[in-house]
Design a protein around this ligand. Sequence first.
Ligand SMILES: [Mg+2]
Length: 379
Amino acid sequence: MKVTGVACHLLQAKVDRPFTSARGWLYTTRSSCIVEIATDEGITGWGECYGPAAVNRTLIETQYAPRLIGRDPFDVEVVWEELYNRIKDYGAQGFAITALSGIDIALWDIMGRATGKPIHKLIGGAQRGEIVAYATGLYFTDMDRLVEEAVEEARSYVAQGFRAIKMKIGLGDPKLDRRRVAAVREAIGPDVALAVDANHCLSVPQAIRLGRMLEPLDILWFEEPISPEDHDGYVEVTRALDMAVAGGENDFTRWGFRDIIARKAMDIVQPDVCAAGGISEMRKIAALASAFGVECVPHAWGSAIGLAATVQFLAALPDQPPAFRPMPPMLEFEQTPNPLRDLLAREPIVQRRGIVTVPQGPGLGIEVDRTALDRFRVA
Ligand SMILES: [Mg+2]
């Protein structure tokens, strides 16, 4: 089998109710670069790249696509090494890797479709057929009702059956953050897990202080307390706090994660399959993490394609650690408005009572709806 074509689709969808993160980014649209790879056997594979879509498209069209034509998709890691080594002098992190991630996912999708097997069967097999999902949300929307809106949103996730929730923090006032998290904890009760995510808006002392204030509220993990470049700072925060510290959605490849993992700068690493290097590289990062006793719980923030790739990866990820009653790695099921997540697959991945069933169809296990693709495509 040979690759005959590589196409990038730039998709964008308006968000009905814009929301803000602790970084001050106002989300009014959701967009993505979707990669479609065609072969001479009529099999097409799909992938997705994290981050600004037009840049990913340019990188793929100018740097990667010409080197992909004629290649056998089953040489996926040969292709990965070759493309990476052609680009790393100019970008061993960031866009060069997000663009490569979309290609890698599409090649795995092709291999799955060619063999009639879901990707998780090609990367070691099914550790589980069902994945516990946690709801990501509780951003900042109505600045006059920050506590009330968080409580209402958290209650809606519990009503849907979610057993775990991740909320945004980082309001520039630790007392307000504490009040808001405490109100959510009170509303959801003691049996629903609660994680917090600061989107790296804090300094080391701010993170340690806020972390200590939040620890009595039984927090599952403290995500991205500080800037991703500051590995020394992560070591300090992780050692200072009793609760788990997580991060890694802005890190890339096995080399980018190596020092974080070897120094145990985080208790939990969260590589994103659409950013860190695709399925091929996620496996290597997870193996590194396992060797050093660090948990790997993937980040996910994308369309139906990125979500499906994350589900396939999670299906094959071993329990960390194995146990009689393990606490298996959870799926980040982002709940903010995103038509690209909800409408791009003909049968979208859904949760029921907080559980996602792993699709058993070939490749990613979803079929892309070309009508939706056309509808959201940016001219
Ligand atoms: Mg995050």
